[in-house]
Design a protein around this ligand. Structure first.
Ligand code: G4P
Length: 555
């Protein structure tokens, strides 16, 4: 239910001491994180193991089965199933001991990195997953850069230790020298590949022995003290001594453990393990939950807001249409930042100033959903979106607040989207507008009003194919893509007036974004640099400036 109201204040219900204690307690129990990795590093496998510990799924393989059964709990789109890649992110909430964990699932494929960037805006911690044989890979580096920008604490899990991999010191050195992150290995491997025998936990000096199980079966973890006689005969002396020597080197020349540096995103605790054989996953989870930061204060136009502020606030970080094709629904995912979210509460929508009663909030777990009664900072709720929410929107009770927006990333691929069938225009328009709104793709328009076809602007080619596929399957419209030969987009910060003063720009196409702002498209960086040389005062931005308080133009 949506009402307009003139005051910016949205009166909260009175909150007593009991409420404040409950809020502080719930906040202290919450941990939220996203996994960043390159495709194939083992994110799905690790997610499955983590969910098993939380009892969120009952059996291994429920998240991802082999062969015909191959299906990912967090993957629900037809196209995703067909291609076996994870396109859109989902939130998986589960309890582990006393902790409520929110795992923000992110797509691994680089063509969908925009979605991942937005999800990272809602994350308090990130787990960087590496394949021990491959080390840092391109997509991991890209996502790491976003974590760095946001100063998100990063925990590194070096996976597939049961297979031949790179030397562990080389892997550590690569993180330090290429990402500029300090490292603190929490455990250290004994041997690798066929000779992988387990890990030594540095703080306790305990050995966690790895026993090779059949493919897909769980390895049994046995723990022994490093000085235990039982170790002789179980681990080759040479391998053990090498691991101990390497730990000595780390103790001498490596960084010390410093939780402040972990929380500022400058030092990454490193864990070695094997998700597939479930080796080292539980110790990782336990230590991670110990070290990870809880829900943090987040920046608003009025300074940071603490999660234990009694007034509810949160922001929309993701929109998704037609999650459930049977219901044709549209869902806005909101990260709760402060206070307690309550079903049926009335909140204020900061961008429009409207009051909204949130009557059907949902908790979404893969394909399943349930009505949420309450949610706390660090949690994510799904709201039915009748078309009023945009990415970055703030919802609040109490005094007006607005969280920092989430920028769109610079598109690199541009294509006309043609609708060859005029009688399908209504559906075409609906589909384009909804997919733009959920951020599946950015939309630009020609400055010539008579050319009303939209230009799709994407980070990766697959993103365009998904839009076409969804238009066909969800809106019943077949479309054609007609590529434009541009690769670089720049927003003109000072608007149309400046462009008029410059006059004609060669090797460049001027288009407009949905907020009628000028965008210049170039074939390459060389053409862009030429314009910058000719007009040094022209202010250009690679990402669309965040808009507030204005509705976009639609098709
Ligand atoms: P992703 O989501 O990051 O893309 O990776 P995913 O979990 O799908 O894992 C990619 C492949 O790596 C899978 O093999 C998976 O079984 C394997 N894998 C994951 N963790 C480990 C590990 O610790 N050790 C070893 N040896 N392999 C691991 P696949 O053959 O592509 O698929 P599947 O037939 O096993 O499902």
């Amino acid at each position: 239910m949506i009402n307009s109201s003139s005051s910016n204040e949205c009166s909260p219900s009175p909150k007593g001491d009991d409420f404040l204690l409950e809020l502080a307690d719930e906040v202290s129990k919450r941990r939220n994180f996203a996994i960043i990795s390159h495709p194939d590093a083992g994110k799905t496998t690790l997610t499955e193991k983590l969910l098993l510990y939380g009892g969120a799924i009952q059996q291994a393989g429920a998240v991802k089965a082999r062969g015909e059964q191959r299906k990912v709990t967090s993957d629900w789109m037809e196209l995703e199933k067909q291609r076996g890649i994870s396109i859109t992110s989902t939130v998986l909430q589960f309890a582990y001991g006393n902790t409520t964990i929110n795992l923000l699932d992110t797509p691994g494929h680089q063509d969908f990195s925009e979605d991942t960037y937005r999800t990272l805006a809602a994350a308090d911690n990130a787990v960087m997953l590496e394949d021990a044989a491959k080390g840092l890979e391109p997509q991991t580096r890209k996502l790491f850069d976003v974590c760095r920008l946001r100063k998100i604490p990063i925990f590194t899990f070096i996976n597939k230790m049961d297979r031949p991999g790179q030397d562990p010191l080389t892997l550590i050195d690569e993180i330090e020298s290429e990402l500029g992150l300090l490292t603190w290995p929490v455990n250290w491997p004994i041997g690798s590949g066929e000779q992988f025998r387990g890990v030594i936990e540095r703080s306790s000096r305990e050995v966690f022995l790895f026993s090779r199980a059949e493919r897909g079966k769980q390895s049994i973890e046995k723990r022994l003290q490093l000085n235990s006689n039982e170790l002789n005969g179980l681990v080759e002396e040479e391998l053990l001594n090498k691991a101990i020597e390497e730990i000595d080197v780390l103790d001498e020349i490596g960084a010390g453990m410093d939780m402040d540096l972990v929380h500022s995103g400058d030092l990454t605790p490193v864990f070695f393990g094997s998700a597939m054989t479930n080796f080292g996953v539980k110790p990782f989870l336990d230590t991670f939950l110990d070290m990870a930061q809880g829900p943090v204060a987040r920046s608003t136009n009025d300074g940071p807001i603490s999660p234990i502020n009694p007034n509810f606030s949160g922001f929309v970080f993701k929109l998704q249409a037609n999650m459930d094709p049977r219901h044709r629904d549209r869902v806005a995912f909101v990260r709760v930042c402060s206070g307690r979210f309550e079903k049926d509460m009335t909140v204020r929508h900061a961008r429009t100033g409207k009051s909204i009663r949130l009557s059907r909030p949902q908790k979404i777990f893969g394909q399943d959903r349930a009505v949420v009664e309450n949610a706390y900072p660090g949690d994510v709720i799904g709201l039915n979106n009748p078309g009023m929410f945009s990415i970055g929107d703030t919802l609040y009770t109490g005094p007006r607040v607005e969280y920092e927006g989430i920028p769109c990333f610079s598109p690199e691929i541009f294509s006309w989207l043609r609708n060859p069938n005029p009688s399908a225009f209504k559906n075409f328009r609906k589909g384009v507008n909804e997919l733009r709104e959920e951020g599946a793709v950015q939309i630009l328009y020609d400055t010539d009003q008579s050319k009303r076809d939209p230009i799709l602007a994407a980070v990766g080619q697959l993103q365009l194919e998904v839009v076409q596929h969804r238009l066909e399957n969800e809106y019943g419209v077949s479309t054609l893509l007609e590529p434009l030969g541009f690769q670089v987009a720049r927003w003109v910060e000072d608007g149309w007036q400046v462009l008029e003063e410059i006059g004609r720009i060669f090797n460049c196409k001027t288009v407009q974004d949905p907020w009628s702002r000028p965008v210049l498209l170039f074939k390459n960086d060389w053409n862009l640099n030429q314009l910058k040389e000719d007009h040094p005062n022209l202010r250009l931005s690679a990402v669309a400036p965040v808009v507030s308080g204005v509705d976009p133009i639609t098709l």
